[in-house]
Ligand binder design. Sequence first.
Ligand SMILES: [Cu+2]
Length: 128
Amino acid sequence: MSLWRSLRAVTAVAVAAGLLLTACGGGGGKATSRPAPSTGASLSLSAANDLYSPTVLDVTAGQKVRLQIADIAVPHTFTANEFDVNLPVTQMGKQTIEFNVPVNASGDVPFFCTLHVGMGGTLKVEAP
Ligand SMILES: [Cu+2]
């Protein structure tokens, strides 16, 4: 009799544990073992008077950069050859572009507009 009772108790615990595991596994998308993905950086740039400002942007190696460019009156490009970035900036007014800073990037990397001489600046790459 007591063995039967013990078996029933063990079974009950096993079922409860199984339900718990199912509940945890069914959540989806919140795996705690995975490192949180980098949210990246949001930076702003003005293209007023066919000049980019500020002329120095701080970025981090391996980072995804969201760059909001304002004051766009004529087409420009955002070009950083060392990062293999050459993006058209052709939405009048405001445009957001995205690019990735290579993991192995370092130092000062120039950026510029291929359409306007002197329109550019420096991406200062910091280690993560
Ligand atoms: Cu330009």
